[in-house]
Design a protein around this ligand. Structure first.
Ligand SMILES: NC(=O)c1ccc[n+]([C@@H]2O[C@H](COP(=O)([O-])OP(=O)(O)OC[C@H]3O[C@@H](n4cnc5c(N)ncnc54)[C@H](O)[C@@H]3O)[C@@H](O)[C@H]2O)c1
Length: 435
């Protein structure tokens, strides 16, 4: 059975199914289809599947023309039905892994996907979990579920973990350019998964266990969270000392070794950096270990929106304005530049805090036409010179490249720049205050 599956994977005759066609799953499904695998995309969201069936993408990094071409050649087959599982050789799970209200890992999407797979599973399949999760999810939770009907891993089916490392909007490193880490429940599972990914990405790094692969992903994102927190704290320090944090980082970055520049900002967002370290800290706590760096980084990063609002209030006060009778406009509400994703975005928290303090709020974002702030629907407005002139303060929260920051500075009474988007704008005078 192993040899048959291995051969099918190596000569790209294996039928692949990707479960969960979001930011991670859709680009991955397209890569497999482009590599010549017949690829099924399974998602419970009917609207998304309808769009895909019409050849329309809803993820900025995936071209509609690619989807249309792959639909035509029948290489890509989107569906809401799990019944296709029985015809597949490889099943890859890319469902969300959010936090619960009490800030604990919520792996219910993984469990639900695995239970649905169980209803249609047959022997001889390779199953790979890609959703970011705490060490032990694959071997302690997913494996027993998959073996609950008597099938044995390594004999009747194969199971591996391979974390997704995609960076939305990254023009240099797309899904196929980012090396994959793979860990199998046993050696045969690891090798099958390694050879599968070799067909679609440039490099594969095989580790000794699923737990190591899970841990490696959490190390990467904890590294980012901690370094962003450090530089956020340095930004707060620089402000107290009357220094420009951005110039300081550029200067330190001139050292060709031993320093990696990270940049401060209004807080962290998206489905990864704010959540993943919490998954790790939770698992460590179960083993009586307190993850101090993770906790501190979380506190510093989550405090940034409040700090940004306090700075906005401060600069308004200097102009003899109170936040209560100020019109404050936010530029960019996605969690980072040039993406449409607003999950966990600090901009939404900043808008909420400003509204609660009585400010008259508005926002511009080329990718998000409306958002909800404290139950009220807010519609995006264009940052036209006329509109900007009417605001008391314009806060640059996400520096989308679609905007002309020279025009924003020129037409605004006061700009608070949390991203150094105004770096190269001359003659800004005292109108621009930076984080
Ligand atoms: N977004 C990123 O940049 C990124 C990067 C690396 C890793 N990850 C990780 O990848 C995983 C997926 O994240 P995402 O951003 O793609 O999420 P997403 O919300 O964009 O997409 C998830 C998709 O799964 C579907 N889904 C949910 N339950 C399902 C089920 N039972 N069966 C079939 N489909 C189901 C949803 O409808 C949705 O389309 C998460 O674990 C995340 O931490 C995300």
């Amino acid at each position: 059975m192993y040899k048959v599956l291995h051969k099918k994977i190596n000569n790209r005759k294996a039928k692949v199914g990707i479960i969960g066609l979001g930011y991670v799953g859709l680009p991955l499904a397209i890569e497999f289809a482009k590599a010549g695998f017949i690829t099924y995309g399974i998602d419970i969201n009917k609207k998304q599947i309808e769009k895909l069936k019409k050849g329309r993408s809803y993820i900025m990094d995936v071209l509609s023309s690619d989807i249309a071409k792959l639909l035509k050649s029948k290489a890509f087959r989107p569906t809401t039905s799990y019944s296709v599982i029985k015809s597949l050789d490889v099943i890859i799970i890319c469902v969300p892994t959010p936090l619960s209200k009490t800030k604990e890992p919520d792996i219910s999407y993984i469990l639900s996907a695995v239970k649905s797979i169980m209803q249609h599973k047959r022997s001889g399949q390779l199953i790979v979990l890609e959703s970011t999760t705490y060490p032990g999810t694959t071997d302690e939770i997913v494996l027993p579920l998959l073996e609950s009907n008597g099938l044995k891993c390594g004999k009747d089916f194969y199971l591996a973990f391979s974390p997704e490392r995609v960076d939305p909007a990254n023009k240099v490193y797309k899904t196929k350019d980012i090396p994959k880490i793979v860990g199998g429940i046993n050696r045969s599972s690891g090798i099958l998964a390694r050879d599968l990914y070799k067909s679609v990405v440039k490099d594969v790094f095989l580790v000794s266990s699923t737990k190591t692969a899970e841990m490696a992903k959490l190390l990467e994102n904890t590294f980012r969270s901690v370094n962003i927190a450090l530089v956020n704290e340095i930004a707060l320090m620089c402000n107290k000392l009357g220094l420009d944090v951005w110039e300081t980082i550029d200067a330190a970055g001139s050292k060709p070794f031993g320093f990696i520049p990270f940049y401060p900002g209004p807080g962290i967002g998206g489905h990864c950096i704010p959540l993943d370290p919490i998954y790790l800290a939770w698992k460590a706590r179960l083993h009586g270990f307190e993850a101090k760096f993770i906790d501190l980084a979380d506190r510093i990063n989550s405090g940034m929106p409040e700090y940004v609002v306090s700075r906005i209030i401060g600069i308004l006060n200097e102009k003899k304005k109170t936040v209560m009778d100020a019109k404050v406009h936010v530029i960019g509400i996605s969690y980072k530049r040039d993406v449409s994703d607003t999950r966990e975005s600090p901009a939404l928290e900043i808008l909420r805090l400003l509204k609660n303090k009585g400010a008259d709020i508005s926002y511009s974002d080329p990718y998000t036409k409306e958002c909800i702030v404290e139950g009220r629907r807010l519609r995006a407005v264009e940052p036209t010179p006329r509109m900007l002139k009417q605001r008391d303060c314009v806060a640059i929260i996400t520096d989308h490249s679609a905007y002309n920051y020279g025009s924003i500075v020129k037409n605004s009474k006061l700009v608070f720049d949390t991203r150094n988007a105004t770096k190269n704008i001359l003659k800004k005078g005292r109108r621009v205050i930076k984080l």
